[in-house]
Design a protein around this ligand. Structure first.
Ligand SMILES: [Zn+2]
Ligand SMILES: [Zn+2]
Length: 143
């Protein structure tokens, strides 16, 4: 195994990531070596190339992939600006619905608990309510 030098060798500028004025070495710790040079996760040339080549994976109603250049690698894969916004909107909707979802889940657990404790729960694929309880605990920050 080769040892990786501790500091990223990428030159960066104070005024912006892509600016070329007064460059100084990146202060981040190196995590990889490429072609004998050390880079942090942000400046890893392979990751940067992958980011640049990433296409929006969003599938339209016709089943075709969007394919616009991706701007973010959130939510598991690349998304273009439009579909990043869509994902953020979906996350906001989920956040708004969370109190209602939590209440309904707690209600279901309360209703099914007597069955579970009597060993009489014969719902296929549902032996206990532990998964639902764990989700409730997580939502309440008690996990
Ligand atoms: Zn770096
Ligand atoms: Zn898209």
């Amino acid at each position: 195994m080769t040892t990786i030098p501790t500091q990223c060798s990428q030159k960066v500028s104070e005024t912006g990531r892509w600016g070329a004025f007064h460059p100084h070495p990146c202060k981040h710790k190196a995590t990889v070596t490429r072609g004998g040079k050390a880079y942090c996760g942000t400046h890893d040339p392979e990751r940067r190339a992958a980011r640049a080549a990433a296409k929006c994976f969003y599938l339209g109603d016709d089943g075709r992939q969007c394919g616009r250049p991706a701007v973010a690698l959130k939510y598991g894969s690349g998304r273009c600006a439009l579909h990043t916004q869509e994902a953020l909107d979906a996350a906001k909707r989920l956040q708004r619905a969370a109190p209602a979802l939590l209440e309904k889940l707690q209600h279901l657990v309360r209703l099914l608990e007597p069955l579970e404790q009597a060993g009489g729960m014969d719902v296929p694929g549902l032996a206990t309510l532990n998964g639902a309880r764990a989700a409730i605990a997580q939502a309440k920050g008690k996990e």
